[in-house]
Design a protein around this ligand. Sequence first.
Ligand code: ADP
Ligand code: ADP
Ligand code: MG
Length: 480
Amino acid sequence: MKPIQKILIANRGEIAVRVIRTAKKMGIRTVAVYSDPDSQSLFVLSADEAYPLGGTDARSSYLNVDKVIEACLATGADAVHPGYGFLSENTDFAKKLEQHGISFIGPKPHSIEAMGDKIGSRILVAKSGVPVVPGYEGESQEMSVFKKEADKIGYPVMAKASAGGGGKGMRRINSSDELEAGILSAKREAMSAFGDDRILLEKYIVNPRHVEFQIFGDTQGNIIHLHERDCSLQRRHQKVVEETPAPNFPSSLKSKMAEAAVMAGKAVQYEGAGTVEFILGENGEFYFLEMNTRLQVEHPVTEMTTGLDLVEWQIRVCQGEPLPNLQTPKQNGHAIEVRIYAEDPKEGFLPSIGKIHHLSFPTREDLRIDSGVVTGSEITMYYDPMIAKLIVWGEDRQTAIQRLIECLSETIVFGPKTNLQFLQKLVSTDQFAKGTVSTHFIADHEDLLLKENTKEELKYAFAGLFFSSKQTLDPWSPIR
Ligand code: ADP
Ligand code: ADP
Ligand code: MG
């Protein structure tokens, strides 16, 4: 296969900026595509070329397959990097690119299709010997069948949208009285989010951890794993903090799970970067949850501890190169990522839109900031309100946590409300320090995590006054 000359990034925000950075390093030209509200965004300014998709919301821009393909043809891009979300796991998009002779930087369409459906992927990986959560994934969607199957599984059960993603279409059901309402509500959410309301049932694993493995495959059939990530700190089934190595994770368990992850990848002849997610029960039993056939939001923690550039690997594999290393590389130290959002924790974490009057992070060697916004940028209602991912490295977990707390306290966002204080409280808890949190931790301690911190609030208020009077000196700022 010939080397890629020009990559179109079919995404926006921090991940578009992230992909552009590696493409530049490799001497590959980049094309940004953008919607109307994004025309002045950092990722658009960072790319070598930019092509307008028009439209405002995702559906009329980044999710519009025909418009994105038109952009590829108009700009002569020979490859597309889909980032995460949007079209990254869309089989139809990958197939259409193939038909136009444009490379999709990701797995083959058949792998995306096989893993895109939770019912189908459970059946498939179970056949290769990967443990799946006991449950029901039959054809019938009759309420009487769900009732019978839920009784067999034993309550509590989890009703899940087969087409689900991003924590949507999922309901915990505690008893047969709640079953019908739970299933109908999961179906409603699934239909509106994914246009597909098929549901499966799983045994609800109580107080579990979420542990996933980064895997990588090439076109020669090699598949390796690049260690695990613990993403147990979640809100509404969405990750908030991610780290590697997983704390309190015996090496015997790690080898068993890593082997299962590679097996799942082999089951779909996986090529490129993928993540196999597992749920880990209190007694050390683990089960396959799903495979995400794309780069993951939390991939930087893997990069910080292995020294690898996963986007570079994705591009090389797409060009037909073999994996540079057929052994799992050693991990060095510990890395933790937190997702900083423009949202109001006190208002049910409602997105907080508006202009960012000031944004600054500490600059230090052990800190990486992945962000798609700068001082002067606007957080709009159209897309995910993530401001930045803050990723710290430490020689060991304790050092990493200490540095994370410092970095969060030195981060200033003035304008929209943010989850900064919430994150700071979260990573300062004893339970997090001990590495004993389950996926229920945030929900169980919400009151404590949301409590006012007067000293901090004052500091932010002063910082805000200071920076709003100073205007912006940021050279990247579109409002300079
Ligand atoms: P990660 O582990 O990378 O956070 P998520 O499943 O939470 O994985 O998804 C990452 C991003 O992709 C989020 O922004 C999420 O909202 C989005 N996403 C995931 N699945 C879908 C889907 N089926 N449709 C639309 N967006 C999705
Ligand atoms: P999504 O595609 O939305 O990411 P997942 O199947 O990966 O859906 O599940 C997301 C999260 O929901 C998991 O990380 C876990 O916290 C929770 N979860 C999923 N399945 C179960 C289950 N059977 N029991 C308990 N929690 C679950
Ligand atoms: Mg998941």
